[in-house]
Design a protein around this ligand. Structure first.
Ligand code: URA
Length: 245
């Protein structure tokens, strides 16, 4: 709810996931909802974020912004709509799904951390090229990754004639002619960036997973397709606020 904007009481409770619109209307009519300590029995009663709303005596605080961390599985598009297949939004559940969008994109075959939100200003800040938000990826690549590759990445790799990557940190976890495992930290988000960086040193990415973005880190035990809401400390690190209006 924008500051000062009023919302119907049933909509306020539905937005906060208190139940279906019809169940909420029933609760209101049965006298189970109080606004500022007074029972209100009309679902169309208008409230805003300064009102104290309780359902069955339990406060329901209005949070304008939703922040969801998804472990994106391979095979799903980072988009809000895809006429041909599933999108990341099909994997999550929220009463305000229509407002949500993924912050940036992971390729269809990439797994890992994806932030989904309705906070456009935050998305803009995170995606702005000059923000240089750190993103860490775990990758399996063909061939033997060398210290020379790491040095080229650290200097700012010439990816092609039109793109020189910013200096990046390449950590070699395992290297053999049969294939290597690495963790790469980059500070920009160009199209297919990680895959293009490895191609520029003669290797192909065969598996890619994002481990972190800015202050957010993927939980170790989160399986592909699992998601959760951000914790207040994570929201605070991202926005400098606790996410409440
Ligand atoms: N770099 C890539 O090549 N692909 C992604 O999905 C993310 C970063």
């Amino acid at each position: 709810m924008a500051s000062g904007k009023k919302l119907r009481l049933d909509r306020y409770l539905a937005d906060m996931g208190a139940g279906t619109r019809s169940a909420i209307k029933n609760s209101i009519r049965k006298g189970q909802v109080e606004v500022n300590g007074v029972i209100v029995t009309t679902p169309e009663h208008k409230v805003d974020e300064t009102d104290r709303v309780c359902l069955n005596k339990i406060p329901v605080v209005y949070t304008r912004w939703e922040y969801i961390l998804l472990n994106k599985p391979a095979g799903v598009l980072s988009a809000t709509k895809d006429p041909k297949g599933r999108t990341v939004l099909d994997l999550i559940d929220s009463p305000r799904k229509k407002e949500l969008f993924p912050v940036g994109r992971l390729d269809k075959d990439t797994e890992g951390l994806l932030l989904i939100t309705n906070d456009g200003a935050l998305a803009h800040r995170l995606l702005a090229p000059k923000s240089h938000v750190a993103k860490r990826y775990y990758a399996k690549v063909t061939g033997k990754v060398t210290e020379e590759d790491a040095r080229l990445f650290a200097e700012g790799l010439f990816v092609d004639a039109s793109f020189r990557a910013l200096p990046a940190k390449l950590e070699i976890r395992q290297a053999a002619e049969a294939g290597s495992e690495v963790v790469l930290e980059i500070y920009e988000g160009k199209f297919h960036q990680v895959k293009r960086m490895f191609l520029a040193v003669g290797k192909e990415v065969t598996y890619l997973k994002r481990l972190s973005m800015g202050p957010l880190t993927l939980d170790k035990d989160m399986r592909p397709g699992q998601w959760r809401r951000l914790r207040p400390d994570e929201i605070h690190k991202l926005t400098g606020e606790d996410g409440h209006v």
